[in-house]
Write a protein that binds this ligand. Sequence first.
Ligand SMILES: Nc1ncnc2c1ncn2[C@@H]1O[C@H](COP(=O)(O)OP(=O)(O)OP(=O)(O)O)[C@@H](O)[C@H]1O
Ligand SMILES: [Mg+2]
Length: 252
Amino acid sequence: MATALNIYAAGFVPGAAPAAIEVHQITKEYGEGDSRVQVLKGVDLTIARGEMLAIMGPSGSGKSTLLGAISGLDTVTSGQVIINGTDITRLGENALARVRNRNIGFVFQTFNLISTLTAQENVELPVLLDRKSSFNPSKRAQELLDLVGLSHRRKHRPGQMSGGEQQRVAIARALANDPEVIFGDEPTGNLDSTNGEAVMQLLTDLKEETGKTLVLVTHDPRIAAQCDRAVYMHDGRFLDDADVQQSMRSSR
Ligand SMILES: Nc1ncnc2c1ncn2[C@@H]1O[C@H](COP(=O)(O)OP(=O)(O)OP(=O)(O)O)[C@@H](O)[C@H]1O
Ligand SMILES: [Mg+2]
């Protein structure tokens, strides 16, 4: 654990920039009565703007549940999730859907593209869903497919593309409305090492060039090592920033 914690990038100061996301004491429970399970047991976390954060921890520790909760894909049982100053746990379904579509991009392990749509159409979709978008859907999708190196696959459907290509389309889709934060749940988990590295390169370039906040769940210490900071989940709890730094100091 001590070695794994020692992966802060030199010069990165957590909390120096205004927070992109603040999580206060969130809990998440599934089921009722005897079958009730508490999966998140009071998590606090602050993610700085422009930070690239890795969330690690054993299978079943609650990483995906946490990502769902802090991205507004899923609800919490209690606690607050503040994105860009808005407490999303207080929003109604429509307002939450707008925040999700405009402020958040999501990249999944299994790509989750719409199989009947082309690459171009998949990337256009979030722009079309944002009625107040200032982007031209077709132009925006072309620019982003160009950015991820897939202009030549615009008319392909997911089934006609490799896993690495599909994940790059998914990244282009996640960027469609120029969100502040991109969440990835094991985004390289279904890729071979070459494609996984290409996807990570794309994500790190994005962070460097656009200053986006990236939050990645990963089992891979090499991916965590490319992030500014890693936090660890165990049985629905986190070591918070202060604990992680404390652990680092004592491990030196
Ligand atoms: N819909 C649900 N109903 C009941 N329990 C659930 C539900 N979703 C998740 N869980 C439980 O919550 C716990 C955490 O699940 P989660 O998917 O967040 O883990 P994880 O850390 O992402 O694991 P992995 O690394 O295997 O993806 C698990 O014990 C799981 O069985
Ligand atoms: Mg998971």
